[in-house]
Each structure stands twice: as structure tokens, then as C-alpha cells.
Design a protein around this ligand. Sequence first.
Ligand SMILES: C[N+](C)(C)CCCC[C@H](N)C(=O)O
Length: 304
Amino acid sequence: MSGRPESRNWLTRPLPPSPALLASCSKGQREPSLPSSSVLPTQVRLQTQTTYRGIVDCMVKTYRHESLLGFFKGMSFPIASIAVVNSVLFGIYSNTLLALTATSHQERRAQPPSYTHIFIAGCTGGFLQAYFLAPFDLIKVRLQNQTEPRAKPGSPPPRYRGPVHCAASIFQEEGPRGLFRGAWALTLRDTPTMGIYFITYECLCHQSTPEGQNPSSATVLVAGGFAGITSWVTATPLDVIKSRMQMAGLNQRAHRGVLDCIVSSARQEGLGVFFRGLTINSARAFPVNAVTFLSYEYLLHLWQ
Ligand SMILES: C[N+](C)(C)CCCC[C@H](N)C(=O)O
């Protein structure tokens, strides 16, 4: 065989034992200061690692150590997954609302659904989409927590070489259930906050649109932006917990469950830990969700 061991396909090559897995086996031992989600690497690192003093410090260190590329780590996967996850979310939300109110999207302007129905439909969407989102989100969090600079000659390669390698490694080391690590925390995060998301959107649209008319594009953009901010503000505490649980088993001690993670994080780092990444989450939420709702309304309009 001409192939050296290093050149064997990474899918078939046995992975070296992970120091993280070994660490997670030694119960009760806390990793010294390790690097706990949204799409941005800065936010994930602030939530899971204790080495940064704040957003600016995290950004400066990321830039120094990893150059501009550090800011785009783990981004290709969430971008590819946004279409899938949003179609599931908005599809379930619309259909649940249809089942609850028996009015189509167009009739809804004349006969607006009650806020209870909107909340239930949003929670249903949040609950079900969480299972589609879980593996994508896990891979994003793991990739964004890698702080190694891009391959330099002589330096050890990063643990995960990309999203597919990351998925395969998790599957190999932690089994198929490993891909759903943190899914319960994700469901807890998204079920009520997706209800809040849709209620904020519908409420703001309703208030700034004359009776029976469709909201203008500007209204949709602003209402969507604020819906994003409100839901992220309420989701951030559980977002921190979710990210920490997703990192557990890799380089942090394994938590016994969501409650254990909440209690130990608060004990070790104080209550402020639940608001890590709040500013960056909210700043990102406005444009992202303004565009999301504008696309949703535009597509509904186009197809009806
Ligand atoms: C419910 N929660 C706050 C988690 C998300 C709400 C907005 C979801 C949107 N795709 C985004 O990424 O901003």
C-alpha cells in the first residue's frame, strides 16, 4: 500500500482518544478555563469560555489568534441549515394557526387570530423545529469553539476539520445520540420563546396597520426585527445552558442534566452567566429577523 496512515480517508481513520472525553470521564473534575448559541462565533465563545473579558476582548483575541477567518468559523453549516429549519418552523406555525382558527393567511387580516392561538402555534413550531435544529446547532457550537489558528506548518490540526468531519467524529465518539446532545435544553429554549417571537411580530404589525389591511414592508421589517430581539432576550439564559451542554463531553465536564448545568454555572460564575452574549444576540437578531419576516410575508403573498 502506498498510502501512509495520515493520507487515509478521515471517515475511516480511527480518531485519536480525545483529551476532552477523558476529562469528562474523570467525574467531578472541572476543566481549568475552557472555552459554552446563535450563529456568531464571538457569542458562542463568550457563553462557553471563561477566558474573555467581554465582546471587544473576545473579538481582539479572535482576530489576533485566528485572523478574520476566526469570525466565520462554523458559519457555512448554519447558513445551509437556515432554509431547512425556517421552512419547518414557519410551515408548522402557519398550519397550526390554520388548524386552530380555520382561517387562511389572507382571511386573517379581516379576522385576526387571538394572541392565545398565535402563542400556541409559535410554541408548537418552536418545539418541533428544535429537533431539526439540534444536530446543526451542535456542530456549529463545536466548530465555533475551536480556537486553533488555521493550519500552520508544525502546529497540531484543529480537532474538527469541518462540519462533515465534526458530525462523523461526534457520531463515532459519542454515538448517534451524541448528535442530539443539548437537544432538550434547545427545546426548552425554543418552545416558549418562539411563542413570544410570533406574538411580538403579530402584535406590532396589528398595532401599526389599519384594520383589514396588509402591513407595509417597513412595518414587517420593524416588527420582525423587534420580534427577534424580544425572543432572543428571553432565550439567552437557556441559550447559555444549551451551548454548555453541547460542549459537555468534549472539553467540559458532563452535566447531569439541564438543572445541574444551571445550578453549577450559577454557582461557579454568578447569575451574570445567564446573560452572556445578550448584546451580540440582540444586535444580530434585528436585521436577521426583519429579513426573515419580510421573506415570509413576500412568499405567502406570492403563492396565494
Ligand atoms: C427562539 N429563538 C430566540 C431562539 C430564536 C428566534 C429567532 C430565530 C431566527 N432564525 C434567528 O436565528 O434569530
